[in-house]
Design a protein around this ligand. Structure first.
Ligand code: ATP
Length: 703
């Protein structure tokens, strides 16, 4: 209430002059005033000047806004202040400054006059310059705000689909910032139309040449105040119309209402933790509803129809003719040497799907961006099939990227989105659309071809994004958490679709995921990253059996305790010893896979076995939750690993319960028991219990 009064006063203060104009307008003579020769001449001149000023502002201001929004350069703050200056400078001072810069005796004036014969003062061009000087900042700041708010994933995805930077700007950036651009343009035009102070100071007040409407108002005020009021009303009406048309869009940053981004629902941390289900079977059950909606998938031996039918000329696909000539038909093994923040070597046969997992900040996105050629933080020497694409720009690599939110272009239909990659490679429109429709059909979303992304559900949008990437016929496919934004049911459906279609993909596919089910059910290999290095790169079964880090173990639903190997077992942090079965030195029993591990061969730093070279042998004790017994009394008998503890959390997992027990004598432990056992034990959160693990149930994995 205390604020309402001054606020009302402010509104009244702003309203009063407008009411004054309305009250004092001579409505009977309004038509005559506005159609008088002097006013119509000034109106015409104002329109000419304001539209020229708008044109100049667009020509110069759009690139400037883009530069300010997208490029980091020294002195950027200064340039931005310079752009804003005319908005706060008194217009007459602006006029004086223009005179000193471009006037006949100004810095550039003589040169302009002698070289181009251009004299600005007392010419219409001078009025245009004055109007541009004061109006352009409106365009620049409005567009800069919109551009800065546009997530780069749209433009990066467009590039990954093969679009050149100019094409990306024209087909993605410009349409997506159109509302901001239109708002800025309308304001710029309105400001130019109302310009007075700089114009009269710099260009003078010559009827028919520089005397625009605002200058007319000033003159009329002395001779015919009623006519001045009528012209003021006209200018007021125009200004109001512009503001009402913009409906507050100016300075509002990107038009978030229109550019609908899919929610980034990150499934992190505990998603794959001890409350997670065990791995799903790799093949989804035939009873999955979506399975029926998916047309039969061609085997890898018979490439998908669109690939065969619509393969563009190699040159059209962005390959230099010489490289294209000896490019293998449709099979793209991967070899990547990545250096920088990410440091690893990756080799994979065509058709391999690799799940990239790791904690937050492990370098998953950096790896993908390095393969795309989009980050200076890591560089990938990249060979895809017979082609070394290292030196190629992102849009010429044939590396398609599906970011987490899909980044479907909101202004294009599902069909046009899907055809985007082919169109970027100059495939004729009809052909590209037919191929796109075919891909949409195969992913079960063909009937949604004409919908805009905003009219699709999360799962449908993901399928369209996948269709768009596959339709571009990439040599390498990068999926960044493709299922993260989906609910559990949709996730299972889309996972099945993904699996089915990745089976028919003739390149390598990397999937970043935080979901162990996704990693195990979709991938042929799991690449575990830690601080940009490959901690483990093995088939899912191997990673599940012998996880190389506590994080991976926990992600896969296992208890994982790091410690130091001793003759009895494992010395845990805190001094307790975990007794294991007669110890097989984990450093001497390596799985066949480990023996082949490239990091072992190279003895590379950070490789999976590098920890074995020191005097102290670190290992990870893996304990399956099913192997943990829970008791109310201290158990007797054989188990030697017995700890008192307290139940901290009980969660349901299918038909079983997972019980988190904390103890001051051992690390946190998760037990999996039946609901019946829980009832019999009278388990509840806070209950004092004992946990035990048989020595034979513990697996030691070298760290
Ligand atoms: N542009 C950048 N400049 C400097 N450091 C960066 C930049 N981008 C990422 N990093 C850092 O690099 C590391 C790896 O980041 P990256 O985004 O690749 O991790 P991630 O595994 O994808 O993580 P998340 O699971 O959280 O997405 C992090 O420590 C991050 O802080």
């Amino acid at each position: 209430m205390a604020l309402a009064l001054p606020a009302l006063l402010a509104v009244a203060f702003l309203l009063m002059p407008l009411v004054g104009i309305l009250a004092r307008t001579d409505w009977g003579d309004l038509g005559a005033h506005l159609s008088s020769p002097g006013v119509t001449q000034a109106l015409k001149l104002s329109l000419v000047v304001s539209f020229w000023a708008l044109g100049l502002s667009l020509l110069l201001g759009v690139p400037l806004a883009w530069l300010l929004a997208r490029v980091d350069f020294p002195g950027k703050v200064l340039v931005r202040s310079l752009v804003l200056l005319p908005m706060v400078l008194p217009p007459t001072v602006g006029g004086v400054a223009l005179l000193l810069g471009f006037g006949r005796r100004g810095l550039l004036g003589p040169w302009l006059e002698n070289t181009f014969g251009i004299t600005l003062p007392f010419h219409t061009s001078g009025a245009v310059v004055a109007a541009t000087f004061v109006a352009m900042p409106f365009l620049v700041i409005s567009l800069e705000g919109t551009l800065a708010g546009l997530r780069p994933s749209y433009e990066e995805t467009a590039a990954s689909l093969g679009a050149s930077p100019v094409r990306v700007f024209l087909t993605v950036t410009l349409p997506m910032v159109a509302p901001g651009l239109a708002a800025g343009a309308a304001l710029t035009w309105a400001r130019a139309l109302g310009e007075f102070g700089a114009t009269i100071t710099f260009a003078g007040n010559l009827p028919g040449t520089t005397q625009t409407l605002p200058l007319q108002v000033y003159l009329l005020l002395q001779d015919s105040p009623e006519a001045a009021t009528s012209v003021s009303l006209l200018l007021l009406a125009i200004a109001m119309a512009v503001l009402v048309g913009l409906r507050g869009r100016w300075m509002g940053g990107p038009d978030r209402g229109r550019v609908r981004g899919r929610g980034r629902v990150r499934v992190r941390g505990r998603a794959g933790g001890w409350g997670q289900r065990g791995p799903e079977p790799r093949t989804a059950p035939a009873s999955e509803p979506f399975a029926e909606a998916v047309p039969p998938t061609p085997s890898p031996a018979t490439p998908p129809a669109p690939e065969a039918a619509d393969a563009p000329a190699p040159e059209a696909a962005g390959l230099p003719a010489s490289e294209a000539a000896d490019a293998p038909a449709a099979s793209w093994p991967l070899h990547a040497d990545v250096t920088g923040f990410t440091h690893l070597t990756l080799d994979a046969e065509p058709g391999t799907t690799i799940a990239v997992v790791g904690e937050n900040g492990a370098g998953k996105t950096t790896l993908l961006r390095a393969l795309l050629g989009l980050t200076p933080r890591a560089r990938a020497e990249l060979r895809l099939g017979g082609l070394d694409v290292t030196a190629l720009a992102p849009h010429r690599r044939g590396v398609a990227w599906v970011p987490q939110d899909g980044a479907l272009f909101p202004h294009l239909s599902a069909l046009t989105n899907t055809a985007y990659g082919l169109r970027a490679r100059r495939v004729p429109r009809g052909e590209a659309r037919r191929a796109a429709q075919s891909w949409l059909d195969r992913l079960g979303v063909g009937h949604l071809a004409h919908r805009r992304p905003a009219q699709l559900s999360g799962g449908q949008a993901q399928r369209v994004a996948l269709a768009r990437a596959l339709a571009a016929r990439p040599r390498l496919l990068l999926l960044d958490e493709p299922l993260a934004a989906l609910d559990q049911t949709t996730r299972a459906h889309v996972r099945h679709t993904l699996r089915t279609h990745l089976d028919g993909f003739a390149g390598v596919c990397l999937i970043v995921t935080h979901d162990p089910v996704e990693a195990v059910s979709l991938a042929d290999r799991v690449l575990v990253l830690d601080d940009g290095r490959a901690l483990q790169d093995a088939p899912p079964a191997e990673v599940t059996r012998n996880p190389r880090s506590p994080w991976v173990a926990r992600m896969l639903g296992r208890n994982a305790w790091p410690g130091t190997v001793t003759p009895e077992g494992l010395l845990l942090q805190g001094g307790a010893t975990l007794i294991t079965a007669p110890v097989e030195d984990p450093y001497e029993t390596k799985s066949p896979y480990e023996a082949e591990d490239p990091y072992d061969r190279e003895g590379g730093e950070g490789g999976p076995a590098s920890g074995g070279s020191g005097p102290e042998k670190r290992a990870l004790a893996i304990i399956a939750p099913e192997a943990v017994a829970v008791h109310r009394e201290r158990p007797g008998g054989s188990p030697r690993n017995v700890w008192p503890g307290t139940v901290r959390e009980i969660t349901a997992l299918g038909s079983r319960l997972r019980v988190l027990v904390t103890s001051d004598r051992a690390p946190d432990l998760v037990a999996e028991i039946t609901p019946q056992a829980a009832v019999e034990l009278g388990l509840a959160e806070g209950a004092a219990v004992w946990t035990s693990v048989k020595a034979t149930e513990i697996t030691l994995v070298a760290l």
